[in-house]
Design a protein around this ligand. Structure first.
Ligand code: NAD
Length: 298
């Protein structure tokens, strides 16, 4: 397959990342099959994209007719439906090995034999996911950054069996989506999260130890390191459940205690305080996603 042959992209998982990938693909003219565990969840994902785009229209940053046409290119489905029509499938479901293993088996059985199966996983071995399929040479990591529409990078991850052809096609597709590509070996956390997750976890330790307030820690990174967001704000944006999962993968796979997740992070996840997507993490967020204060006092 050549990248110019790609017309239809199926995205599995209509959460914050899957929705973003669907939006960017539809913006660039691709037909998108957006699926989640149920068609209702997929519709909800599409509704969120419509809301984001309606705000851009209100601000004069997008045209109403173009947004309507773009939304017309996104078809919501239940997982498993309409995958046979896709040239590329991008899996962006919950960061959990069991979930992804089951999805890879199911998707592989429904997809055309020549189609490529990519995963947006932040930490799970691409070689391991490829091993669940009949097409390990056509499986690759395609790691978009959050928020997908704004962030320029896609990190490609080559599994042991990923073919040069698959890599070349997905590199060109990423560029056609307006992204710049870096390439990582298939090791825990790849390039970006190998650097980022220990930093965010260290900020959790700093808060847990009372080194500073959440505001001190975030302001320290914003003004002291010139980061656009503080690490606790960024952790809330990523999702504390996703962050903990990645931290656990780094800890387990490298067998090095320097990667052990902070107890505070574990506790917030146990409480269901996953960050922005549920309105509470280190901070509390209102219906519009605006930060309104701290979620807890030490
Ligand atoms: P999310 O929680 O916002 O969305 C996950 C979606 O997957 C949900 O809509 C859920 O219903 C769906 N899902 C769960 N099981 C499913 C199944 N069996 N079939 C179909 N859909 C199913 O999570 P997210 O932040 O969008 O993360 C998705 C993926 O993207 C993860 O692999 C994550 O590591 C990766 N990622 C996340 C970020 C980030 O900053 N959040 C950045 C890069 C990559």
């Amino acid at each position: 397959m050549k990248s110019s042959d790609i017309k239809t992209i199926a995205v599995i998982g209509a959460g914050q990342m899957g929705g973003g990938i669907a939006q960017v693909a539809a913006t660039k003219g691709y037909s998108v099959v957006l699926s989640d565990a149920s068609v209702d969840l997929a519709r909800k994902g599409k509704d969120k994209i419509a809301k984001v785009l309606a705000k851009l229209v209100d601000k004069g940053k997008a045209k109403a007719d173009e947004v309507e046409a773009l939304l017309g290119r996104i078809a919501p489905h239940a997982m498993g439906e309409a995958l046979d029509g896709a040239d590329v499938v991008v899996e962006a479901a919950t960061e959990n090995l069991d979930v992804k293993v089951a999805l890879f088996k199911a998707a592989d059985a429904k997809m055309r034999p020549d189609a490529i199966l990519a995963s947006n996983t932040s930490s799970i071995s691409i070689t391991r996911l490829a091993g669940q399929t009949s097409r390990p040479d056509r499986v690759i990591g395609m790691h978009f950054m959050n928020p997908v529409a704004l962030m320029k990078l896609v990190e490609l991850v080559r599994g042991v069996q990923t073919s040069d052809e698959t890599y070349g096609v997905i590199k060109e597709l990423s560029e056609a989506l307006g992204k710049t590509v870096i390439t990582s070996k298939d090791q825990p956390g790849f390039v970006v999260n190998r650097m980022l997750v220990p930093f965010l976890n260290e900020a959790c330790f700093a808060l847990q130890e009372g080194l500073g307030t959440p505001e001190d820690i975030d302001q320290g990174a914003r003004l002291g390191l010139n980061h656009p967001m503080g690490p606790l704000e960024l952790a809330d944006l990523i999702g504390l459940d996703t962050l903990l999962f990645i931290a656990e993968v780094l800890h387990r796979e490298f067998g090095d205690d320097k990667y052990r997740p902070a107890t505070l992070l574990r506790n917030l996840v146990a409480a269901g305080w996953y960050g922005r997507k549920v309105g509470r993490g280190f901070y509390v967020y209102d219906d519009k996603g605006q930060k309104v204060g701290r979620a807890f006092e030490r």
